[in-house]
Design a protein around this ligand. Structure first.
Ligand code: FAD
Ligand code: DLZ
Ligand code: SF4
Length: 518
């Protein structure tokens, strides 16, 4: 093919409607897809995450070929694989002699920095296109953020509702009269609460080949592989979406914050891996949710909750990431310095809530939102774990983890390491919250009603230890400040019991001995 356009497609850009493919002709385009060591090892990703990405990439390449496109696909085990995106693009330029390299901007800072060098590095024109799979462009986010003292998801979300028209009445009002039905999304789980199984997919030949590759090359990475069942094609992802809209969305809203031991998915959509890879279009999913409401198949609090997660939180954290990078990686407003405990990797802890969330993380490369936030995240916040170690853990262990979405959620949302730029207060909670929203405590060695000493739920003294050590900062916060009245009313002796209890617990935490993440 003389002077083609070279279109590199990254592992999380598996969309047929990608900006760099639109308007291209098949006889004039070479698509380049690259499995590279740099991406597979910049952290030691969960084995399922690597299998998911490589298998989805290989399936996508085959679909493109079947549709008549020319695809130059570089496998990780190709013997002359250079190991980097830039190295492979250089090789492809030499081989195909393109007139233009057309690439959609990368989702992550690390990769975008590299791609920004391509125009200088290569003797060939390079265009970098906006990733318009997101509702909000960066310049639009910046315009919205520019003249505000504080960024709050809620106000951004309203803009996105107006922009998309989702759940808006004809006269420009929010459907049902309210913007946000979060207060109706906090139903504790009732006894025996269980959700229908989501579709899982037996590994086909392509996935099996990738599993063998990962077992061979990444044997020391975290996570189980035998339970792999993630959708790796758009058709499979659509089957998962169909199942969610048919069977689970109705109760998604009420039980959004509920946790049940052994019920790993509950009523969550389990679609984040497919959305982030590009297999599913986030806006199409929101439209399906809206339709489910219009058809009377799902209540407003479920549908609004789902749409808010996608055009609200998902878009908000992405805009926030690009505004805050690169310093967000190093932010540590609370000066948290403790190492991540070993049990985050082994799951060996007698705290039943953490043990179950870590088991699900190891077995599925997934935990649902409230587990990530109020169990795993809350513990790291209260125990003062160093943000870099927590960031690495979350980036490694979840199949849906890419830095643009992981970092704001970890650094800003759970650890308050940005000092409150993203969220108005830290999500700190004692054992009482977990006991209310889950059935974990029933099977736990500890008691959530015991506050200090032997057998007390560790979250209880840790909560007050956290509040006490950050009093100077948090007392000023009008959403938190009131708790200090309770603290002061306890008196010095009781306060000391809390603080001693927390310190005894923290002292026996064993930091991770092995380099699990990097
Ligand atoms: P559902 O509960 O069904 O929600 C629907 C969709 O909304 C999700 O698929 C996702 O696309 C979006 N969404 C929901 N919450 C968020 C959020 N806080 N930020 C961005 N998108 C959101 N999500 C990731 O995709 N990748 C991550 O690396 C990631 N890391 C997280 C780390 C922490 C500490 C926390 C608290 C949350 C994190 N999330 C992350 C958000 C959320 O936990 C997952 O998107 C969700 O659990 C995925 O499961 P689901 O598809 O069943 O989601
Ligand atoms: C996460 C990941 C992994 C493990 N491997 C690859 C890869 O070999 N090739 C690829 O194109 N993408 C991979 N990814 C996803 C990328 O990290 C992601 O697409 C970019 O970093 C986004 O900026
Ligand atoms: Fe978790 Fe505490 Fe409940 Fe045990 S008692 S499950 S540690 S919240």
């Amino acid at each position: 093919m003389p002077d083609p356009v070279l279109v590199p497609i990254l592992g999380d850009q598996l969309s047929r409607n990608l900006a760099s493919l639109r308007g291209r002709t098949k006889d004039d385009t070479v698509i380049l897809m690259m499995e590279v060591r740099d991406e597979a090892t910049y952290v030691k990703h969960h084995k399922q995450k690597i299998v998911l990405i490589f298998s989805a990439m290989r399936h996508f390449a085959n679909e493109l070929r079947d549709a008549g496109w020319t695809v130059d696909y570089v496998q990780l085990d190709n013997k002359d694989n250079s190991g980097s995106f830039t190295g492979e693009v250089a090789r492809a330029i030499e081989e195909h002699v393109p007139r233009l390299v057309s690439v959609v901007e990368a989702g992550e800072w690390r990769v975008r920095e590299d791609i920004d060098q391509w125009a200088d590095k290569f003797a060939c024109k390079v265009e970098i296109l906006r990733d318009d799979r997101f509702v909000c462009s960066q310049s639009e986010f910046d315009d919205w953020a520019e003249d505000r003292n504080a960024l709050r998801m809620e106000f951004f979300y309203r803009e996105m509702r107006r922009k998309t028209g989702l759940l808006m009445t004809e006269d420009g009002k929010p459907e049902g009269g309210e913007w946000n039905y979060d207060s109706e999304n906090r139903k504790p789980p009732k006894e025996g609460l269980s959700a229908p199984e989501r579709p899982k997919f037996e590994p086909d030949e392509i996935t099996q080949e990738v599993i063998a590759l990962v077992e061979d090359r990444f044997a020391d990475h975290f996570g189980a592989l035998d339970s792999f069942g993630w959708p790796v094609t758009r058709a499979q992802a659509e089957e998962c979406a169909d199942a969610f809209f048919a069977e689970r969305i109705e109760r998604f809203g009420p039980y959004q914050d509920a946790m049940v031991a052994g019920e790993d998915d509950l009523f969550h959509s389990m679609l984040s891996t497919s959305i982030n890879l590009g297999l599913l279009d986030p806006l199409e999913l929101c439209e399906r949710a809206e339709q489910a409401y219009a058809d009377g198949k799902a209540p407003l609090n479920s549908v609004e909750g789902f749409i808010r997660q996608i055009i609200g939180w998902r878009e908000y954290v992405r805009g926030f990431y690009w505004r805050q990078m690169p310093h967000l990686q190093k932010a540590n407003a609370l000066n948290a310095q403790r190492g991540l405990p070993e049990f985050y990797w082994t799951g060996e802890t007698d705290m039943a809530c953490l043990a179950d969330c870590i088991r699900s993380t190891r077995d599925n490369a997934h935990a649902h939102h409230i587990q990530r936030l109020m169990v795993l995240g809350n513990f790291c916040l209260l125990a003062g774990i160093n943000p870099r170690e927590v960031q690495d853990w979350y980036l490694v262990v979840y199949a849906d983890a890419y830095e643009w979405v992981e970092l704001p959620n970890v650094s800003a949302m759970i650890l308050y390491a940005d000092g409150g730029e993203l969220a108005s207060k830290p999500y700190a909670a004692s054992g009482n919250y977990i006991n209310k929203m889950s059935n974990y405590c029933k099977e736990c060695t500890y008691s959530p009603s015991k506050k200090t000493g032997e057998g007390a739920c560790p979250f209880n003294p840790l909560y007050w230890h956290f509040m006490d050590r950050h009093r100077d900062r948090l007392e000023m916060n009008n959403r938190v400040g009131r708790v200090y009245q309770n603290w002061d009313r306890m008196g010095e002796d009781r306060q000391k019991e809390y603080l001693d209890s927390a310190e005894a617990f923290l002292d026996q935490l064993k930091p991770a001995g092995k380099a699990w993440a990097r």
